[in-house]
Each structure stands twice: as structure tokens, then as C-alpha cells.
Design a protein around this ligand. Structure first.
Ligand code: GCW
Length: 674
């Protein structure tokens, strides 16, 4: 339950290190709610780590932690701290001499910045870092760092694998479960500053006065932690709730309904973030129902929010059964022509890949292609296509791969990270969203290791340059132990886990081979669904001759949507690489890989490699029981056993199906399907 904020008693040596630098706390006399949250966290953390919270000091003394803004603690002004570049959320931590005493200063421009600084200092203390010679400062690179909950009003969670929704709508707004505060603490500790409370497949009821009051209660809990509430809205709400004959965005009555609704929300939630909208996608209503464009729909909502400084986040996840165009091309075709047509307070939210949160996809060609429009990156923290709650798949390498992908939109180095930070095209608005993996399970996320994916999302949203290994290590140290004999092998296990899942589910650039609907196990043979683009066979295109999707000029030409250097790299068999090979190319079973081996043999061995990697993860974990409490140890061990069994299922089912087409023998050494 405690996530990475465990604060368990330290052993003698690290205890002495922390105690020496937290001998007392000096803070402003009359703290704001946010500063109270920061001080509460320092007290809680130090009480856990040291046995008792430190005393309060009123003047600097040796070993004190001094926390405040220069406005609150004027004695800090003399230090001349470089706070200007920290903005509203950043912080600075420095070992200094203040009034003759060696102290640690946590400073910021705002109390939210101080809260982030307090969490950062506690992270150092928990991970066994040196604390006596600190000089660090940090500010977020992306302005809106958001969790998108796909939570329904009946507390079911779309693609949620950790129990019911944590929002107990029935008992809200009166009862404010302490869990909401712990949720806010956890998010603030990693810098997340927004939460979309409800599913993008949005129930119109979310905008009724009853539910606005519930959302307002949550906003009250989150406010001291610097977290804003946002809502997903159903585009047909003016019809369903307002009784209007239409939801046409160009109808003045419709626009007036949304303006009044926005006014009503802001009266209850003055710092409300804005709306998230899934429109004309997978059956949701939208402006297209009235032959209006996505821009016309988004801009109408944006006008309603603008007086309150609210923002519309419009999703670019669109594809349609009636469109013969290759699915990964469709969003680009629809949105690229709208570049420059969106109002100033609209952000377009794009999934990392052009299909749908697959174990591996190339980056969406929209990144870099819409310079006039602020683009947000949407990733999935919940593992819809990656084994739900049980499979151990550490997602930071996937997030990092997406952020580091080079769009070449303005030459080399035009990474997706730069696009969404707003740096590439000079946008003030910037955002990143992760579809939450949080539910009411005691461990929050359905497994202890899934907590790392929530943690990593927040850390990367704050600083997209962090490495996934560093994040894994700091998470392990806070969550389990700082003992290197545990940290090193577990970090290595986590780092390899995503490639393992790619190998046993969808190797060599395959995608969407999951069974229909639930997306859990393998079903590469399914090809008879009403929506052709939901069929696994649509993606694998396997037949007697070969496998893979030709997306070069001779096929769907999806490569042409990328900047020329990227298009050339993907289109050329010599440069596309194994990771995206079958995403972009249809090849004969006998195709010679760079290794000299055939495609068929390589494919079979990749499935086997994935299963073997899970067996290796089991062996790693088996040697680590003495570092972990029995409950968490046993749960992870059991989940790894499930994962190993199911990785074998993926391998066997996939190879059996593809072999029924290729009619080729298994390569020497490959295990025959069980
Ligand atoms: O990943 C797919 C999911 C749907 C989801 C949709 C979306 C919320 O299978 O469950 O709907 O994407 O992102 O809108």
C-alpha cells in the first residue's frame, strides 16, 4: 500500500547520515496547505526512517533542514539562490551555511515547488544518497503531467486490472477516503500534476451537478498537492443532458450550453484543468456526426473554457471501419490537414504509436508533422496489451523509446520529447498523459512491480531525459532495499522485461496478435471479425508464402507519412532493423536476415528467446527471497510462474498457427509446442 513512500527504519550507518542532515526542521511559522503537506511528509518520512520526527527550529542550527520560499523565509534572500529558472513547480536543494550554521535548504518560488523539493530530499534519504554536499535544482520540462483514468461511474475500470475504481462515487462527495490523500501524495512525489477522473468513453452523467460535486471534493483533496482535476466529456452531452435537439458544435445553443456548463464547473472547482475528449472514435459521438471537423468541435469547447483559462485536450485516436485506408495511416490523414486550425487552448493528444499501445510500435507519424499545434504524448501505464497485472513488464524502456524517437521534422535530433515539450515548435502548452494502472487493490496497481510503471511515468514526465535504468534503481531502493545485491539483479531483470514480452508476444515488428476484446492471450489466426482492422490477421498478413505488412510504396505506403530520412530508413530492408521489420515489410518465410538465418527460423527463435528470458527472470527472483518480505516475495514469484506458463502459451500458439501456413520444420534446437 505504501508504494515507494515506505520510509522503513534505516540501518545504523545510513541512519546516522540522515539524522545528521535532519537534526531539526526550520520552516515558515504559518504554513499554507501545500507547505503543511510538505512538512507533514518530512515528518512522516523522517519518523519512519529515524524513529521520530525531527524537532522544529526557529533559527538555523547545524544539521537543520530549512524549507521555504524567500518570501516566507526572508533570511534565504541573502543566499542569492538561482530560483528564477525553477518556475512554479521546480525546487532547489543546497547544502549551505546560513547564519553561521551548516544546513540544507529546500527552496522554491512556490509552496508546490517546496513540496516537490521535500519529496526529492526524501527520495535521496531513502535511496542512501549523500546528503551533506547537495547542490541540485530541478524543474519540469512538460507543463501538464497527467494520469488519465479510464474509470466508469459504476466503479468498473476500462482496461483496469487492479480492482475497482479508487473513486468511491457513491460515498462522495461527503466521505473523502484517506486513500485520495495517499494518491495525491504518491503523484506529487513524482511530479504528476493532473488527473482525468473518468473514462474517455465518457458517461454524460459526469457533467451532472451530482457528479460535479463529487469531482469538486476530490479537487479539494488534491489541491494542496498541486494536482488539478480534469474530466472526460461526452460530445453529445448537450443532447443527452441538456435536452437540445443537436450537439452540433456550430449551433449557438450548443455552444451556450457548454459555456454554462463550464461556468458551473468552475464555480465548484476554480482551478479545474479542462476537458479531455474522445470524439468520433470507436463509436463515441463527435463533431463528425454533424459533418464538422475535429477542429470545429475542439474550438467550440475551447471557447467555453477560455474565460476560465481551461484547456481542451482532444484525442487523435481515430480510425474507422468504413475507411479502407491502412489503420496506422488514418489519424495522420485526418488530423494533419487541421494543423493551424485549433484554438490556442487546445492540445492534441497522440498515442505513442499509430495503432494502439502495442508491445512495440514505431512512433506515430503525427509527431513532428503538426508544428502549429501543441501535441501531447499519450502512453498506457495499464498493461492492456502486455499481460495485464500479472506479467512483469517494466514499461520505462518503452516510454523512453517513444520519447527518444527522432522524427527528423526539423532535422536530426527532432525527438518526440522535444515535440511534446513544445521546444521544437515553440509552444507554451505542453502535456503528457499516462493511462493509469491504479485501482482499489491493496497494492494499487495489481502487482508490486506495476507500481514501478506509475513511478517511471511520473519521473519521465517531469524529466524525459532520465534513463529507465536510473529510474528502476531508485524505485527498487525505495520499494524494497538499497542492498546492491538486490538492486543490481532486479534492475537488470526489469530492464530486460519489455523486450522479453515483445519476443514472446509480437516479435520482429508484429502487432495486435492478441485475442479479441480482452487482449490478453494469443490469437494470430483470428480473421473473421466485423471490423477488419481488429483482426490479428489484418496485422500479420501471414500466408503460405510469408508474413508481415507491406507499408512501403508497394503496399499501404504508411512510411510516406514520416519525414523523408525516417521514411527511407523504415522502407529499406537494410536499415529498418529487426524491431520494425514485419511492421513495414511483408517477407517470404525464407527471407535471409542480417544474421544469415531465415526469417522463419528467426521468428521461431524469438518466441523461444522471450520464454527463456522469463525463465531467467524466475531464476533471478528465486535467489532474492532474503531481501524481501514473504508476502511480496511470494506474490512476485507466483506471478512470474504465471508469466512463464503464458509466455509458453504465446510461443506455442503463435508458432503452431504460423507453421500451419509456412509448413516449415522447426529449426534445430527449438522446443516443439507442448
Ligand atoms: O486501447 C484501446 C482500448 C479501448 C480504449 C481505446 C481508447 C478507452 O482497447 O478500451 O477505450 O483504446 O484509447 O480510446
Amino acid at each position: 500500500y505504501d508504494l515507494w513512500l515506505r520510509y522503513r527504519p534505516l540501518a545504523a550507518a545510513p541512519r546516522a547520515v540522515v539524522a545528521a542532515q535532519a537534526a531539526a526542521i526550520l520552516a515558515p511559522a504559518d504554513p499554507s496547505p501545500s507547505l503543511r503537506a510538505a512538512l507533514g511528509e518530512l515528518d512522516r518520512g523522517l519518523a519512519g526512517l529515524l524513529g521520530a520526527p525531527p524537532p522544529r527550529a526557529t533559527t538555523p542550527r547545524a544539521g537543520a533542514l530549512v524549507i521555504g520560499t524567500p518570501a516566507e523565509l526572508p533570511r534565504l534572500t541573502a543566499l542569492g539562490l538561482p530560483l528564477a529558472r525553477l518556475g512554479d513547480e521546480g525546487y532547489l536543494i543546497r547544502s549551505v551555511t546560513l547564519d553561521g550554521a551548516a544546513v540544507t535548504v529546500i527552496a522554491a518560488n512556490t509552496d508546490i515547488g517546496l513540496l516537490h523539493g521535500a519529496f526529492a530530499w526524501l527520495r535521496l534519504a531513502q535511496t542512501g544518497a549523500r546528503l551533506d554536499d547537495l547542490d541540485m535544482s530541478s524543474a519540469p520540462r512538460i507543463a501538464i503531467r497527467m494520469l488519465d483514468h479510464w474509470d466508469n461511474l459504476d466503479r468498473s475500470v476500462e482496461r483496469g486490472y487492479a480492482g475497482q475504481s479508487i473513486w468511491d462515487w457513491w460515498r462522495l462527495p461527503d466521505y473523502r477516503d484517506p486513500r485520495y490523500t495517499d494518491y495525491a501524495r504518491a503523484n506529487a512525489s513524482i511530479g504528476i500534476n493532473g488527473a482525468v477522473l473518468n473514462n474517455v468513453n465518457a458517461a454524460p452523467d459526469m457533467l451532472t451537478p451530482r457528479f460535479i460535486a463529487k469531482a469538486a471534493a476530490l479537487a479539494d483533496v488534491f489541491r494542496p498537492y498541486g494536482i488539478k482535476v480534469w474530466l472526460s466529456v461526452n460530445f453529445a452531452s448537450p443532447k443527452v443532458l441538456g435536452g437540445l435537439p443537436t450537439a452540433d458544435p456550430l449551433d449557438p445553443q450548443v455552444a451556450a450550453w457548454w459555456r454554462a456548463k463550464a461556468d458551473e464547473i468552475y464555480a465548484a472547482i476554480p482551478d479545474f484543468g479542462g476537458f479531455l475528449v474522445k470524439a468520433n472514435s470507436e463509436g463515441q459521438p463527435g463533431p463528425g456526426d454533424y459533418h464538422r471537423s475535429h477542429a470545429e468541435g475542439a474550438n467550440m469547447l475551447a471557447a467555453a473554457l477560455r474565460p476560465h483559462h481551461g484547456i481542451v485536450i482532444w484525442r487523435a485516436f481515430v480510425y474507422s471501419a468504413d475507411n479502407a485506408e491502412d489503420r496506422p495511416r488514418q489519424a495522420y490523414s485526418e488530423f494533419k490537414p487541421l494543423d493551424g486550425r485549433f484554438a490556442a487552448n487546445v492540445i492534441l493528444q497522440v498515442k505513442n504509436g499509430p495503432v494502439d499501445f502495442q508491445p512495440r510500435e514505431p512512433f506515430s507519424p503525427l509527431f513532428g508533422a503538426m508544428p502549429e499545434t501543441p501535441l501531447a504524448l499519450e502512453v498506457q501505464i495499464t498493461k492492456e496489451y502486455l499481460g495485464f497485472a500479472t506479467h512483469l513488464v517494466y514499461l520505462a524502456p518503452l516510454f523512453e523509446e517513444a520519447l527518444d524517437a527522432d522524427t527528423y521534422a526539423k532535422g536530426k535530433g527532432s525527438t518526440v520529447a522535444k515535440v511534446i515539450e513544445g521546444r521544437l515548435d515553440g509552444h507554451a502548452l505542453s502535456a503528457i498523459a499516462g493511462v493509469a494502472n491504479i485501482g482499489s487493490d491493496r497494492d494499487w496497481t495489481g502487482s508490486d512491480f506495476n507500481q514501478a510503471n506509475w513511478y517511471a511515468f511520473g519521473r519521465l514526465a517531469w524529466n524525459p531525459d532520465l534513463s529507465s535504468r536510473t529510474i528502476a534503481e531508485e524505485w527498487i531502493k525505495q520499494t524494497f532495499t538499497t542492498d546492491p545485491a538486490f538492486v543490481a539483479p532486479v534492475a537488470a531483470m526489469m530492464m530486460g522485461s519489455r523486450q522479453a514480452a515483445v519476443d514472446y508476444m509480437t516479435p520482429l515488428g508484429l502487432a495486435h496478435q492478441m485475442a479479441t476484446g480482452h487482449h490478453y492471450g494469443p490469437a494470430p489466426w483470428v480473421g473473421d471479425l466485423d471490423r477488419p482492422e481488429w483482426n490479428p490477421t489484418y496485422y500479420n498478413r501471414a500466408d503460405a508464402n510469408g508474413i508481415g505488412f507491406d507499408r512501403t510504396a508497394s503496399g499501404s505506403d504508411a512510411v510516406a507519412q514520416y519525414a523523408p530520412p525516417v521514411a527511407r530508413r523504415f522502407a529499406d530492408l537494410g536499415t529498418v532493423g529487426d524491431d520494425y521489420l514485419l511492421w513495414f515489410h511483408h517477407l517470404p518465410w525464407g527471407y535471409r536476415m542480417a544474421s544469415g538465418d531465415s526469417l522463419w527460423n528467426t521468428l521461431v527463435s524469438r518466441y523461444g528467446r522471450g520464454v527463456d528470458a522469463v525463465a531467467a527472470m524466475q531464476r533471478t527472483w528465486a535467489g532474492l527471497d532474503r531481501y524481501v518480505d514473504r508476502e511480496r516475495y511470494a506474490k512476485a514469484a507466483t506471478f512470474l510462474a504465471i508469466q512463464h506458463r503464458e509466455a509458453g502459451w504465446w510461443r506455442d500458439a503463435s508458432i503452431a498457427y504460423f507453421q500451419s501456413l509456412s509448413k516449415l520444420p522447426l529449426p534445430p534446437g527449438a522446443r516443439p509446442p507442448a
